[in-house]
Design a protein around this ligand. Sequence first.
Ligand code: SF4
Ligand code: SF4
Length: 296
Amino acid sequence: MLNLASLCFPDQDKSCFYCCPPIRNPEADPLDNIEEKRCLLRANRKELQNNLADPHEISGEECWGLGFLDDQEKQAGCLLHPLRHQGHDLRHLTGYQFKCANALCREAQVFTDLSEAEQKFCLDLCQGMDSFQYSSRSNPLMCLLAWDKEMVQIIIRDSLKNEFAVQPIDKNDKSPNPTQKSSTFTNKYEFLWQKLDFRLDAFLTLLVAGQNGLNFLRDNLDDYIQLRDDLFLELKNKSTRLLTISDTPLRPVHKLKIPLTLSRLLKFGANLWELPSGCEKEILQHIENKLTTFLP
Ligand code: SF4
Ligand code: SF4
């Protein structure tokens, strides 16, 4: 039975442990050095009582509190979580209790905001995965959720409209490739993962696909990329002018009154990390005008 409430623990067969430790190298992936990691998760479970008797601060490389949660070594997660200790939170023993308790990735937030049917579509993409495959950011579901709620919903609707839906897994299926079904999904939308980047494109593609559909975006991809790159340069030039004439204080772009996806575009696309507060309207108007040259 699927637990649709949580991306972290989708079912009894797997869990996500990507955000442990919270001070980790963001480039590290659970599929890196997988056998070494498996041994570590096994050892941490076995050695828990010894480690509790002699706790130490964790590093960004690993945490002694992260281990397999069951004898079958299906789910991996925090062995120090209050749910495992009659409500006593032992995560302070690692030195990072606050960060541990507040770690919630953007993908999990997006997932929570989806409808039950959309969540089920998402989790069906992960049938047959183990906890390592599930936790990896190469998991097609995590790739999908990175595009943020509205774009995720457009992609799901597009999938269903085109009668592509992941079929329930056949228990007698001895296929050597349990992730085949999610590969079909990945291939179908590979232009999103291969040619675009959610950090640069989630805001603009939502405007394009929201108005004209995903097929329009796919069919005009090269023109879209050209327009996007031109826009980055124009925004950069505009910021130079804004910085010269504005006497309002500078704010980090993620604190402006704009969607997260637009702040990412400004940072990672136009390399703008601070802008004068109050410039939001002008930026949005510029983008809107630019898109009118592209949209039919
Ligand atoms: S990375 Fe996200 S989905 Fe995974 S355990 Fe952390 S909060 Fe949950
Ligand atoms: S203490 Fe628990 S939540 Fe914190 S990094 Fe270790 S395993 Fe993760």
